[in-house]
Design a protein around this ligand. Structure first.
Ligand SMILES: C[S@@+](CC[C@H](N)C(=O)[O-])C[C@H]1O[C@@H](n2cnc3c(N)ncnc32)[C@H](O)[C@@H]1O
Length: 206
């Protein structure tokens, strides 16, 4: 299996061209997120990909730090932000493990379509918790690999062996919710657009 950075760097041009799979679900997630945002908020997004979501949210908040493990994804994201005339997003290459932000720096953290790609989800949630201000919110959406069809569960290891799929964990819904609660979040909203995916808004306790 390729290193995640190499895999996503190679995938970036194709990912940039791929359409959103479920437009209605995507727009619902954007709308729910924006109900929480305030004009003076600072937001961190990890695994921002080609920046589409950050660019949509940018006019609603003060600043977004959009980060990703892949510099190729970020190159496309930066170009897109420039083309859109968006000036309140700063881009940084890295992961939650190696980016140095002060504790309690952000009002919200976004991790969209990325939790299923992490080897240690518990550690990531705990870092998100540390970076959030008291009562800050963590908005995440993820594939629940435990719930994907038998066909995909057979196919994924094959695709990984040939370098066509990245590492994915085996996260299930209850496990993810428990990890959030154990880290000190309360789950404000959970929505499953499909059996094998979930969107969660979680709030850090005061
Ligand atoms: C499926 S894409 C999702 C991109 C974007 N969030 C979206 O919803 O379109 C996953 C992204 O996570 C990034 N990624 C993978 N592992 C990562 C990690 N450990 N830390 C940060 N980003 C990571 C990849 O480079 C890729 O851009």
């Amino acid at each position: 299996m390729k290193e995640p950075k190499a895999f996503w760097n190679k995938s970036a041009p194709r990912y940039a061209k791929s359409p959103v799979r479920d437009e209605a679900a995507y727009h619902k997630k954007l709308a729910i997120s924006q109900e929480y945002f305030r004009a003076d908020w600072s937001i961190l997004e990890f695994g921002c990909g080609t920046g589409s979501t950050a660019i949509i949210h940018a006019p609603c908040v003060k600043h977004i730090v959009a980060t990703d493990i892949s510099d190729k994804m970020l190159e496309i994201a930066e170009q897109r932000a420039r083309n859109a005339g968006i000036e309140n997003i700063s881009f940084q290459q890295g992961t939650l493990d190696n980016l140095a932000f002060k504790a309690e720096s952000f009002d919200a953290v976004l991790g969209l379509n990325v939790l299923h790609l992490l080897e240690d989800v518990e550690a990531a949630i705990s870092r998100v918790h540390r970076l959030l201000k008291p009562e800050g919110i963590f908005i995440s959406s993820t594939v629940l690999i435990k719930e994907v069809s038998f066909f995909w569960r057979l196919l994924i290891p094959l695709m990984q062996a040939f370098g066509f799929a990245p590492y994915v964990n085996r996260l299930g819904k209850q496990e993810l919710l428990s990890k959030l609660i154990n880290a000190g979040f309360s789950v404000e909203l959970e929505w499953q657009p499909a059996t094998e995916s979930i969107f969660i808004v979680a709030k850090k306790h005061q």
